[in-house]
Design a protein around this ligand. Structure first.
Ligand SMILES: NC(=O)c1ccc[n+]([C@@H]2O[C@H](COP(=O)([O-])OP(=O)(O)OC[C@H]3O[C@@H](n4cnc5c(N)ncnc54)[C@H](OP(=O)(O)O)[C@@H]3O)[C@@H](O)[C@H]2O)c1
Length: 243
């Protein structure tokens, strides 16, 4: 597609999501963001400043199927067409060996990191298949492919999210629906990480630019589903080569 469209950014109040929201708004897109609490929505509106007139925040707990269905219904009442869904949803859990994680923590993390993704793809990929168009993007950190002690559960969920995207991409082959999984090999230089970030780290704005280049067919391999970004320099080079 060319020009601006309409997007949902799930996790748009998070460190990565807020930068993607800002990038899309800056390019003229209309953006819908589900929020767990309206105070998070207010914080996002204040972060995007003047561009907030094309941002709509709506309460929804994405771990609950009926709330995701309700959110999709509200979005589709507010816009005639949806072009892009970005899923930047999850939670972190570090410092515990896998065999020591208790059942309640497991259940909570499963809801936050996989049930959310399952419900979102059910509702929004379902819609994209119905209309035979749209791009569905999920993001993964390096832990999707690498294992470290005491952070293993994050690898389990990231690898599962990535596999979910691979299956969805295969099932969308030959249709007008595109499914992407973008893996960043660097941590993401979010606002929260501030000065702890390195200049070689990919920023949320870079991810937003890359997603836009994919949906606009402006980057090599834009029909492939799996994208791996090594460093910020490489990502900017890919985007530069596409211009
Ligand atoms: N950080 C990295 O280096 C990196 C790199 C690549 C990919 N990723 C992946 O990208 C995702 C986002 O990372 P991040 O650093 O932006 O994390 P983050 O700041 O914790 O953001 C997570 C987002 O998910 C939302 N969320 C979680 N559970 C939800 C629920 N039940 N209903 C609605 N929203 C929910 C959070 O909402 P609230 O704001 O209300 O809590 C927040 O907006 C993660 O899944 C992570 O695995 C991370």
């Amino acid at each position: 597609m060319t020009g601006a469209g309409t997007a949902v950014v799930a996790g748009g109040t998070g460190g990565i999501g807020e930068g993607i929201v800002k990038t899309l708004l800056g390019q003229g897109w209309t953006v819908f963001v589900p929020v767990l609490g309206m105070e998070k929505g207010e914080r996002l509106l204040s972060y995007v400043g003047d561009q907030g007139n094309r941002l709509r925040v709506m309460p929804a707990d994405l771990s609950l199927r009926e709330e995701v269905a309700g959110f999709r219904k509200l979005v589709m009442q507010a816009t005639p067409k949806l072009d892009l869904v970005v899923v930047s949803v999850g939670s972190s859990y570090y410092g515990h060996s896998l065999h020591k994680i208790d059942e309640a923590e497991w259940a909570r993390l499963l809801e936050e990191n996989l049930a959310t993704h399952f419900h979102l793809q059910h509702e929004f990929l379902g819609y994209f298949h119905d209309v035979n168009q749209g791009a569905y993007v999920t993001l993964a950190g390096p832990e999707a492919d690498f294992v470290h002690p005491e952070t293993g559960l994050m690898s389990v969920f990231a690898a599962a999210q990535k596999m979910m995207a691979r299956v969805e991409a295969l099932e969308a082959a030959g249709s007008g629906v595109r499914v992407y999984s973008i893996t960043s090999k660097t941590p993401i230089a979010t606002r929260a990480r501030g000065e702890q970030s390195s200049p070689s780290w990919i920023t949320p704005f870079d991810l937003g630019d890359y997603i836009l280049a994919l949906v606009r067919d402006q980057v090599a391999g834009c029909r492939d589903s799996l994208h791996v970004l090594d460093t910020r320099e490489q990502l900017r080079r890919l985007l530069g080569a596409a211009r």
